[in-house]
Design a protein around this ligand. Structure first.
Ligand code: FAD
Length: 389
């Protein structure tokens, strides 16, 4: 099919990278980029780090939308989709190629009391203004975002309580065993595990099972859901986000999906993956653009992400559910890495804490599907690449 008019819905990283990738492949037709937010595209990782800590005020993506000749429409939302037409808050837009890049939105806590979420630049600036010395801050959720917010709040001199439903921090993301290794990082913070918020009320939060934690500031860090409500009733298959094949095609012809909202078929892992991390939003658009333009391309990455919390750089590559055995390089008190090995001795995933070399080498080993000598691997002084069979 000849593509002349592309509409990109969602002006986050995945949206803007889709525009760039289309132009880089020589697409000379019309591109319209619509974004619910009033800002031009920006990166989200600094929102819970440099912006929240006060060392930056914004994180705009270095992308020249004029030079890309894109019709950028900030403050416009897609409301619904039918074949060939996106209905927006400012009328209909016809397309013959469509990129769905609407990302994800935070899940709020129950209750009528005031609460913050952290997804947008405005969220971050609003929250930052509330993180003042002595403020009592309750963070619900000890996942990636919760840990980073707690880091910033602590550094700002707040009295921080973190409420986590699981038995350890990060349990949902990487399992309790790894999560337990991060518990000591919460030094100076009132970390309450096995604790759930029943509701946010005026002046604090009510806990499931009774009890009230007073707070000036309540932050919900309990996860996100794909922002796909506008696709309800369309012919796009939805199941934990927008369902795509390994070429990022949705069930509707001429429509691809990328970033946090896309659940793509991973040939590498033989399962569907939806990864809510920056590297996916950065890299998937290359494949989506190629697919839209009728080229052969497959999206088959080794997922990667990082988090900066409590002075530690945590980096992860791979897909640990594919692993059977968990081995450590180094004790929990210093710099360490965790390696998940498959039944065949391959590396399923690596999580590195302040050991960036392990991450780089591990990521390559996973990509190349190499096997490792387990007995060498547990010696943190042996470079990971020297553990390859
Ligand atoms: P988004 O960034 O969510 O962009 C989607 C855009 O679409 C949004 O602007 C939204 O307003 C817009 N939109 C939604 N619905 C509509 C609609 N109907 N019509 C029009 N527009 C719409 N990842 C890491 O790997 N490491 C990190 O350290 C890290 N830190 C993070 C910190 C924070 C605070 C947050 C929020 C995320 C962080 N991430 C991190 C995750 C990473 O930022 C996301 O994976 C990435 O932003 C996803 O990009 P996206 O373009 O798919 O979605």
């Amino acid at each position: 099919m000849n593509v002349n008019r592309v509409v990109v819905v969602g002006a986050g990283l995945a949206g803007v990278r889709s525009v760039e990738a289309l132009r880089a492949r020589g697409f000379g037709g019309r591109i319209t980029l619509i974004g619910q937010e009033r800002h031009r595209p920006y990166d989200r990782p600094p929102l819970s780090k440099a912006v929240l800590l006060g060392s930056a005020d914004s994180s705009f993506v270095d992308s020249d939308l004029d030079a890309l000749e894109v019709d950028f429409r900030p403050g416009v939302s897609a409301k619904s989709l039918r074949a060939g037409v996106v209905e927006t808050t400012e009328g209909e837009l016809g397309y013959d190629g469509l990129v769905i890049a609407t990302g994800a939105e935070p899940i709020p806590l129950p209750g009528d009391g005031p609460q913050h979420v952290l997804r947008t630049l405005d969220d971050s600036l609003e929250l930052r203004a509330r993180l003042v010395p002595g403020a009592r801050v309750v963070v619900a959720g000890a996942g990636w975002i919760g840990a980073e917010v707690a880091t910033a709040a602590r550094r700002a001199g707040c009295a921080v309580t973190v409420l986590e439903a699981g038995r350890t921090p990060l349990a949902q993301a990487v399992g309790e065993e790894i999560g337990a290794r991060t518990e000591s990082w919460y030094d100076g913070i009132d970390l309450r595990l096995d604790t759930m918020v029943a509701s946010v009320d005026e002046g604090g939060v009510e806990l499931v099972g009774g009890g009230f934690v007073e707070a000036h500031v309540v932050v919900a860090g309990i996860g996100v859901r794909p922002a796909v409500e506008w696709l309800a009733g369309s012919d796009v298959d939805l199941h934990n986000g927008v369902v795509t094949d390994e070429r990022l095609r949705t069930s509707l012809p001429g429509v691809v999906a990328v970033g946090d909202c896309a659940a793509w078929w991973s040939s590498r892992y033989g399962t569907r993956l939806r990864v809510e991390h920056w590297d996916t939003a950065l890299s998937a658009p290359e494949v989506a653009a190629a697919t839209l333009l009728g080229e052969e391309a497959v999206y088959d990455p080794v997922p990667y992400f990082w988090s900066e919390q409590f002075g530690h750089m945590v980096q992860y590559a791979g897909h640990h559910p594919a692993g059977e055995r968990l081995l450590y390089r180094g004790g929990p008190e210093g710099k360490w890495s965790a390696c998940w090995l498959t039944a065949e001795g391959g590396l399923a995933a690596v999580l590195a804490v302040d050991r960036p070399r392990d991450l780089v080498q591990g990521r390559r080993i996973i990509q190349e599907g190499r096997r490792l000598y387990a007995e060498r691997l547990v010696d943190p002084d042996v470079p990971l690449r020297d553990c390859v069979v």
